[in-house]
Design a binder for this molecule. Structure first.
Ligand SMILES: [Zn+2]
Ligand SMILES: [Zn+2]
Length: 243
């Protein structure tokens, strides 16, 4: 079999385990409250105080916020979608940021387009901060693969062809901060259930890796996952895991 034929056969076989993800391209500088960014001052609901930790009561730094309007068009379920996905996490070492805690030490949410239209931020300084602010200025699209399942479908020869053609040194699913794609779990996947439809929230909306764009570690070099229900985009949750 020619190399080309082998490659196209591998491509065909991997189709079901392939998807797109987008890597944020950042500039280290402050952005407006409506910007997609890591750290800094978030947009807040009208009249809302800075979100605080359910355990220690301290303001939680903004880890990331993503303005749906500024996402790559192909990453948006509908062209007209608007809103802001936000993720805050308490960095107090005493607080339990896992979902086992009775009171959450994180907040993952969607501000609707309507809430955004009414929002105003008059803050000059963040109430809490995690590292320098980085504005997301563009996105780099990459193919992502969920290889655990895919490996089982490939012969040894096909796997070798795949590795030499597409496999990067960091492997798949892609390691790093990324929009959509497959979640890079270090332990068994741990998807929460949607409080509305009870289905597993197995869409990885955004992955945050230890020490990538933020100077923070989830446990021992763990990975954080902002997860969303496929049918209820306003239902967001968060999990992290490490070795
Ligand atoms: Zn706390
Ligand atoms: Zn749901």
């Amino acid at each position: 079999m020619t190399k080309r034929k082998l490659r196209s056969r591998v491509k065909r076989k991997l189709r079901d385990w392939k998807t797109n993800c987008w890597i944020p391209v950042v500039e280290q500088r402050p952005g407006s409250a409506m910007a997609s960014k890591f750290s800094g001052i978030p947009v807040l609901k009208r009249g809302e105080d800075w979100p605080t930790c359910g355990q220690c009561g301290q303001p939680m730094p903004l880890f990331v916020q993503l303005n749906i309007d500024q996402l790559p068009p192909a990453a948006k379920p509908r062209k007209t979608d608007q809103g802001m996905v936000q993720f805050f996490l308490c960095t107090n070492e005493k607080c339990d940021t896992t979902h086992y805690a009775k009171k959450p030490a994180f907040l993952a949410r969607l501000l609707t387009g309507e809430q955004l239209a009414q929002a105003a931020s008059t803050r000059r300084r963040p109430a809490a901060r995690i590292g320098p602010e980085k504005v997301i200025v563009s996105w780099r699209r990459r193919h992502d693969y969920s290889l655990c399942e895919a490996y089982l479908k490939l012969t040894e020869k096909e796997l070798a062809a795949f590795r030499s053609s597409w496999y990067r040194t960091d492997g798949f699913p892609i390691w790093g901060d990324k929009l959509l794609g497959f979640a890079n779990w270090l332990q068994d996947p741990d998807y929460p259930r949607c409080p509305i439809c009870s289905k597993e929230m197995d869409c990885s909306f955004f992955q945050i890796i230890s020490k990538c764009n933020l100077p923070y570690m989830f446990g021992d070099l763990g990975n954080g996952h902002i997860l969303v229900c496929a049918e209820h985009p306003e239902q967001l949750d968060f999990r992290w895991d490490c070795y």
